[in-house]
Design a protein around this ligand. Structure first.
Ligand SMILES: N[C@@H](CCC(=O)N[C@@H](CS)C(=O)NCC(=O)O)C(=O)O
Length: 257
């Protein structure tokens, strides 16, 4: 039971990979939002989104009720828990949040699906998602999932562009978004807001994973972007942050004492 007397909500997401909350930008966003809002939850790792209410992850179970879609879940939890991480934002900051969210969720999230789940470099690193399957069917499932993502991206429109065009458009997104981002610690300055969950949700899979793309290279050349991603991870997911040099030094000093 939580302090408010409710059982913790159950958060259904893809299994964690790499040192980030989730490779899925929407799963990463929702878990980050829960930590910003300080709402207790239990993670339920789910490999197959076909069992989800809208056949997509993430979703939550709150008091036995299953609620899909990160945005709908956030609205539901804000309303039922009377929590609004955006309460301190000005009307202009709220409008900026909406536009940044649209760029990241309605455009860049599809680029991430392309770079991480379709391109050879992405598949080289993310193919491990299928390791739990029996060896006999593993390549078949991996091929079918990749084909499904390609079909989705073709119908959505992204795959009608060349690789270079996709990359150029994504870098345009990030240049625009970085021009709105404060120097920290959070997107709008001193206090976290909902937009930090969205930005970290897409930035973490791009810059805090080993998947090499020109978009990652661009973002890693922007000190503001890297510092922001690392700071968000340190602050909200300290268990995932690599040990700092000083912590490593004191551990090895203790070991050799
Ligand atoms: N609008 C949804 C999008 C969720 C979404 O697209 N989830 C993807 C992973 S990033 C998914 O579950 N895809 C599985 C599929 O399409 O089969 C949200 O905000 O939660």
């Amino acid at each position: 039971m939580t302090a408010a007397g409710r059982p913790p909500i159950k958060l259904f997401v893809f299994p964690r990979m790499f040192a980030i909350p989730n490779l899925s930008p929407f799963c990463c966003k929702l878990e980050t939002w829960l930590r910003i809002a300080q709402i207790p939850y239990e993670v339920v790792e789910t490999r197959d989104p076909r069992t989800a209410p809208r056949r997509k992850l993430p979703y939550i179970e709150d008091d036995g009720v299953r609620i899909p879609d990160s945005g709908v879940v956030i609205d539901h939890l804000s309303r039922t828990r009377s929590i609004d991480p955006d309460a301190h934002l000005s009307p202009a900051q709220r409008a900026t949040s909406l536009l940044v969210r649209r760029a990241l969720e309605e455009h860049y999230a599809f680029v991430l699906a392309y770079t991480h789940l379709v391109s050879d470099e992405g598949v080289k690193h993310t193919g491990a998602r299928f390791d739990a399957l029996p060896a006999l069917i593993r390549p078949l499932v991996a091929r079918a999932v990749r084909k499904n993502v390609m079909r989705l991206l073709w119908h959505q429109g992204l795959l009608r562009y060349s690789h270079d065009e996709i990359v150029a458009h994504a870098i345009e997104d990030w240049r625009a978004i970085l021009s709105f981002m404060s120097d920290g610690p959070f997107f709008f300055g001193d206090h976290p807001a909902g937009i930090d969950a969205v930005v970290f949700g897409t930035l973490a899979p791009t810059v805090l994973t080993p998947i090499e793309t020109p978009i990652r290279a661009f973002l890693r050349s922007q000190p503001k972007a890297v510092a922001y991603a690392e700071r968000m991870r340190d602050r909200f997911f300290p268990e995932l942050a690599p040990p700092t040099a000083s912590a490593e030094r004191s551990t090895s000093a203790r070991a050799s004492a």
